[in-house]
Design a protein around this ligand. Sequence first.
Ligand SMILES: [Mn+2]
Length: 362
Amino acid sequence: MSLEYFKRRQDKLKNQLAKKNIDGMLVTNLIHIRYLCGFTGSSATLLVMPEELVFITDGRYVFQSENEVKGARIIIDSIPHFEVIRNKKILKDGSVIAFDGNSVTHQNFQTISQVLSNIKLQNIIGLIEKMAMKKDEKELEAIRTAVEITDQAFAEVFPMVKIGVKEKEIANKLSFLYRQYGDADSDAFAAIVGTGPNSAKPHHKPTDRKIGPGELLVIDSGAKFAGYHADMTRSFATKGYSDEQKSIYDIVLEAQTKSIDGIKAGISCKDIDSIARSHIEKAGYGQYFDHGLGHSLGLEIHEDPRFSKVSKDILDVNYVMTVEPGIYVKDIGGVRIEDDIIVKEDGAEILNKTSKELQIIS
Ligand SMILES: [Mn+2]
């Protein structure tokens, strides 16, 4: 990604800090560092100040930081990063420096306070997360690609989804394809493949259980591309399924479609959640839908805002959200259907192309 995109983010953060009369920010969260300057390694500290950005890492990342880090002066040193900042007198005495309280452990906070005793630390939670809610063109491009890879992997895996196949076999094949087509380091998250009774556990971990007849089957997984996540769920029934299983599928699909139809910039996340929730309640399954309707995604698989009963957020253009209602009934099974969408001025763009019509497995 070009310097221009990172500059935009860096300037935005500088402006926000200036508005709060803060002299700089100490960024320790690696996802935030990647968002602000592009570094993808596993150890770094970034200092954002009005006059410059300073990026600190160690000798393992000399070449990688030269290649990746945009808009920051790079310092390579093998001693703890906070000591580098102190020794090189990078921060002026008495300056007010922000940090993200969600990203700094208690122990780390004590260390920073001791080593950088010349500055005043100010806890600012969620500043970078808020900035990252609205995706820019490059981010949308990466998410679109991650979703395309997910669709592709589902299409390739689908022929092997048969009665007698193990949950783990499906999950492993998906994971293999994501690593093949997307980021080599991982899928977006460990795939959920739940057959029969396991389909009623929303976050089931795949086992050696084999798909049987007359069951529901939930597959929830996604690729990662250039650090950006996709997240898709499809549910299936196997030959011999019951009328109630089919009707649960229809209710979830209607709830999903209706809530996507309600999405546009300016609508509250709570209202979108309640479209799906009230649809499922009216159908008599309210108690079986006990999680939020969806979440934002980006460099992290779960980002704010969330579609939930308690959300206070309002949707804006270029937020990327999942929409994933579900019904989970013990002994009958579960259904969840999930797409990733981009919020537009007047609606939502659904990114996933995989069919949502009920497929019957034999
Ligand atoms: Mn999800």
